[in-house]
Design a protein around this ligand. Structure first.
Ligand SMILES: [Zn+2]
Length: 486
């Protein structure tokens, strides 16, 4: 397609989307009205009803829809696999989204009924508006616009829509494993739009998330709690041992003290460092949200680097220690410290585990304590990172520039969001996190919203993205291996 006909097509599409704003908002209203809360079992039937609404909407686009049930005992909602277009000349994008929501009640402090989409000052309030019904519909409406205008589909579409995301995506991983040679075999790119921008105004693309390794360190003395009047001063106290162990983990500057723990951390390149300069981020606001007086770092770059691409260690609690108000002169017999390390590329979980065990055993040995030490890692999730120079990211960046008139921030997330990692590892496809919601959308909280602007411009940005992906046709899209860059 020539440049001028492409821009004419884009204009026509954007015009159509603008002209159909109220229809698109109506669609969202219909979806928000379903209390598809996957957390509370008694609402499971609503999730299942929501899945059939989503399946029907895909079918209305002309997509082939397969609702895969899994889980024989629990009434799990199906995962929808949709497919639209099979042109071998086209690239295939698979969109992932979820239509279940977090619980919400008016009494929790909502200004409006959480299940009645309500527009106030350009914001559309309702549970699921931004997480994730709005973005799923924006994508569907973008596809539908090509249909409505009787335009050829620029790409082949696949859809994975689930209804158990807020309850830990039960069964999804297994389904991806089963379908990697089937449904996913001809997919080129996977798009997840289930996050937010870092800013209220500036668009962003997300290319990484930290992993998490959770540890328990247990120190056991005798088989019962003791009285400090009877035994204080003559025994090695488990809690004293544990506090020394916990204290050895991280220094006052936030630096992790476990030998070799930073060895595998990917080196910060100049190119990567540059990405941080233009990011729109309000340190004061983040600080105020935390309620603390001072952060460990003072510049935006240092703060974001330490949130996203360096590991951190947090101590969460001590099980078995006396924690109620008042005084109790007890010597607890067994205490368990809980801490976790948010790990980053290229830290390896088993290596982290081993280093933590070695370090704690070493510190413990120096104490000459007769108590029993046990270190375990009950939970470990890998970090995820994608290559921002991949054509997929460049296409998304151009689409954002077209619609919003500025380049996106390339951001990561300091928390652990397994979905991108799972898709990338299992399917071995390129994955992008392409949010359309703003930083203040309040996912999971009271008064969740998406603005009309973000919802409608988000629909446009997806449509523009399809056209950008179509331009990649014929280019070598096998250049980078998603498995090797993290
Ligand atoms: Zn979500």
């Amino acid at each position: 397609m020539s440049l001028s006909s492409l821009s004419a097509l884009r204009t026509e599409i954007f015009h159509y989307i603008d002209a159909h704003q109220s229809d698109f908002i109506e669609n969202l209203k219909e979806w928000v009205a379903v209390e598809s809360d996957s957390v509370q079992p008694d609402l499971r039937k609503e999730v299942i009803r929501m899945m059939s609404l989503a399946a029907a909407r895909l079918a209305a686009l002309g997509a082939t829809v397969n609702s895969l049930l899994n889980g024989q005992h629990l009434p799990l909602p199906p995962v929808i696999l949709g497919e639209l277009g099979k042109d071998p000349q086209n690239l295939t994008i698979c969109f992932y989204g979820h239509v279940d929501v977090q619980p919400a009640k008016k009494e929790d402090g909502w200004k409006t009924d959480p299940f009645t989409l309500t527009e106030i000052n350009g914001n559309l309030y309702g549970r699921g508006a931004t997480d994730n019904k709005g973005p799923v519909l924006a994508w569907i409406n973008a596809v539908g616009t090509f249909r409505a205008l009787k335009r050829a589909m620029p790409v082949n579409f696949k859809f994975v829509i689930e209804g158990m995301e807020e309850a830990g995506s039960l069964g999804l991983e297994k389904l991806l494993e089963e379908e990697k040679q089937g449904f996913f075999s001809d997919v080129d790119y996977i798009v997840i739009s289930d996050n937010l921008w870092l800013s209220k105004k500036k668009p962003a693309l997300i290319y990484g998330t930290r992993g998490n390794a959770c540890f328990c360190v247990e120190v056991e003395g005798g088989d019962k709690d003791l009285h400090s009047g009877t035994f204080g001063g003559i025994i090695h106290e488990p809690l004293t041992d544990l506090i020394a162990l916990l204290d050895s983990l991280v220094d006052p500057t936030g630096h992790i003290q476990i030998p070799g723990i930073y060895d595998a951390v990917a080196v910060l390149t100049d190119e990567e460092k540059k990405l941080y300069e233009s990011i729109e981020y309000d340190i004061e606001e983040h600080k105020n949200n935390s309620g603390v007086k001072k952060l460990l770092y003072s510049t935006k770059e240092e703060i974001l680097l330490h949130l996203w691409r360096y590991p951190s260690l947090s101590i969460h609690g001590i099980e078995g220690a006396f924690h109620e108000p008042g005084i109790k002169t007890v010597i607890p017999a067994k205490v368990i410290g809980k801490f976790s390390i948010r790990q980053v590329p290229n830290m390896d979980l088993s290596d982290v585990h081993q280093r933590v065990v070695d370090h704690l055993e070493n510190v413990f040995a120096k104490r000459n304590s007769p108590n029993k030490l046990k270190v375990s890692m009950p939970l470990g999730a890998q970090p995820w990172v994608a290559d921002v120079n991949d054509p997929l990211y460049k296409a998304a960046k151009r689409a954002i520039k077209t619609v919003f008139g500025e380049d996106p921030d390339f951001i990561r997330d300091g928390s652990t969001i397994p979905i991108a990692r799972i898709f990338q590892t299992i399917t071995q496809k390129r994955v992008i996190m392409f949010p359309i919601g703003a930083a203040d959308d309040g996912e999971h909280s009271q008064n969740e919203k998406i603005s009309r602007f973000n919802y409608i411009e988000g629909t446009k940005v997806f449509a523009a993205f399809f056209l950008e992906i179509a331009k990649l046709r014929g280019q070598s899209h096998e250049t980078s291996n998603p498995g090797t860059n993290n």
